[in-house]
Design a protein around this ligand. Structure first.
Ligand SMILES: Nc1ncnc2c1ncn2[C@@H]1O[C@H](COP(=O)(O)OP(=O)(O)OP(=O)(O)O)[C@@H](O)[C@H]1O
Ligand SMILES: [Mg+2]
Length: 253
């Protein structure tokens, strides 16, 4: 069975999608069979994988609502070297439509069962909320990867996230665990960054990945070319950080 990671933080813009896309590409480069699931109506992981979200006729939305099978919905990110379950604005309505359906929290888990045996890793890029979509991501995952920006408010909100993880563990997914906290957009010249980074290490010990992702312009520009930065400029500091993260992930499983 594949290792399934939900990439989660209800804070917006902390590097969830950048992490999901580049970790997927780095694991694929290391010879792993990877499925990336875009679970965000923004469709950023879809676009960042070189798939036009507007032309994706069937997406994760159809899988969640039981209107389609992941066997046919998944598509290949040729540039990323992994398979992708795309998302687009259709998914914005899913929240409301799911509420009345049976097993509304475990629909993604059910959908993934159809394709799980084809992969070594499944990565789920969650939206910036603790919504029913994110709960579906957590219920389908084995581990949670939490990207965090080392800034003043970084720790605020973490307790809500941990609370949600605990509830999902109690009610839906007893073996769910935090894989690790990932420091993103790190600026070593910023004193506050350093301070928050050390605080994370003190509080969370080895739950903090050793890899630190620096602020790096290549990571920010790669999505506009629809190519993960790991492949767009493999020599860049950002790409190298995600290759190192993939090494750490492989070492821990
Ligand atoms: N290490 C980095 N260095 C520079 N820019 C980065 C880095 N990581 C992410 N970015 C940029 O910061 C912005 C937010 O990143 P990203 O989309 O990955 O965050 P997110 O948590 O998925 O956001 P959302 O909550 O909206 O889904 C993007 O423009 C991205 O290209
Ligand atoms: Mg995102």
């Amino acid at each position: 069975m594949p290792r399934t990671f939900a990439v989660v933080n209800q804070k917006g813009g902390v590097g969830k999608t950048t992490t999901a896309v580049n970790l997927a590409a780095a694991l694929a480069q290391a010879g792993q069979r990877v499925l990336l699931v875009d679970l965000d109506p923004q469709g950023n992981a879809t676009m960042g994988s070189g798939i036009d979200k507007r032309s994706a006729a069937r997406t994760v939305y159809h899988a969640l609502l039981g209107l389609g099978d992941l066997l046919t919905i998944r598509t290949r990110s040729e540039r990323g070297g992994y398979d992708l379950v795309p998302a687009n604005r259709d998914l914005a309505g899913a929240e409301v439509e799911l509420v009345d359906l049976p097993a509304r929290e475990t629909r993604l888990r059910g959908a993934l069962e159809r394709v799980a045996s084809d992969y070594d890793f499944i990565l789920i890029d969650c939206p910036p909320s603790l919504s029913l979509l994110t709960v579906n991501g957590l219920a389908a995952a084995e581990r949670v990867l939490i990207p965090m920006q080392c800034e003043y408010y970084a720790l605020e909100g973490l307790s809500d996230l941990v609370g949600t993880i605990k509830r999902v563990r109690a009610n839906l997914n007893p073996t769910l665990e935090i894989a690790g906290l990932l420091r993103t957009m790190y600026d070593p010249r910023n004193m506050l960054s350093q301070q928050v980074s050390r605080e994370l290490e003190t509080h969370f010990g080895d739950k903090v990945y050793r890899t630190v992702v620096p602020r790096n312009v290549r990571l920010a520009e790669a999505p506009s070319y629809g190519v993960p930065a790991v492949l767009w400029d493999s020599a860049s500091k950002g790409a190298q950080a995600y290759v190192a993260l993939a090494g750490e992930v492989l070492e821990r499983v």
